[in-house]
Design a protein around this ligand. Sequence first.
Ligand SMILES: O=C(O)c1cc(=O)[nH]c(=O)n1[C@@H]1O[C@H](COP(=O)(O)O)[C@@H](O)[C@H]1O
Length: 283
Amino acid sequence: MKTRPLFTEQLANAWSTQDSMLCVGLDPDPKQFPASIKGKGGAILAFCREIVDATADLVCAFKPQIAYFASQGAEDQLEQLIDHIHRQHPQVPVILDSKRGDIGSTAQQYAIEAFERYKADAVTVNPYMGFDSIEPYLKYADKGVIVLCRTSNPGGSDLQFLEVNEPDNAAKEQLYQRVARLAASRWNKTGQLGLVVGATFPDEIAKVRAIVGEMPLLIPGIGAQGGDIPSTVKAGTVHGSPGTGMIINSSRAILYASQDSKFADAARQVAIATRDALRAAKA
Ligand SMILES: O=C(O)c1cc(=O)[nH]c(=O)n1[C@@H]1O[C@H](COP(=O)(O)O)[C@@H](O)[C@H]1O
């Protein structure tokens, strides 16, 4: 297989040629599969492949969530799915959502897992253990590394909203703002970083955008979690470049649009409606 372009170039290309900020999240839950697939060998791969083939022209990225594969002992199907996307839809970058975080030597193994085993173009990581837990991923210079910042879940506020002191000037900011500031400066020596900010918190999306400039934001939380599309897009818009800078994820609302044998067609219709709503909200 040909070498893949830099993740940042793949994204820029997908935003412009597909004119889409939609990311379809691949969170395959066998309990919600249609009867035509349920219980069959390789069902997870078959289900995801149909969704991918039905939506690849509508998206700027796919985001498989590793837990949905690992919990079913289906890591081999995840490998085959990413290989399928690279071969059949090479214009679409793959973000492996694994949210790992560990000391450097162990993070090195997680980086091998994401980039050498699964051949993802980018990976989500947890910043709680600091820069040396992120650094091993940055050695893969063509890959993207997307750091959790202000997550979409209610419990994210438990820690991310805590006030911390700015060491240089003693001004206070919240922990997620500190993460954004580090990701936009000291941590981002190689320009590979992006941030996760939930669509359920548009005010914080705007604050993060003001800190990080053009940095790509992965924004989950529209669809099943109820995030508002117009406020999300308005808050995350890169000044002067509408339609860029955001990878806006929806998983369940698209994957399980229908549970009959035409589930992929139904998923495509919801993906079209979501992509168009994101386009319509562009400044
Ligand atoms: O990193 C993520 O992708 C993520 C971060 C976050 O703050 N919230 C969040 O929902 N996610 C993921 O985004 C997806 C959201 O799925 P839906 O709620 O079904 O659209 C899931 O795979 C979550 O694990």
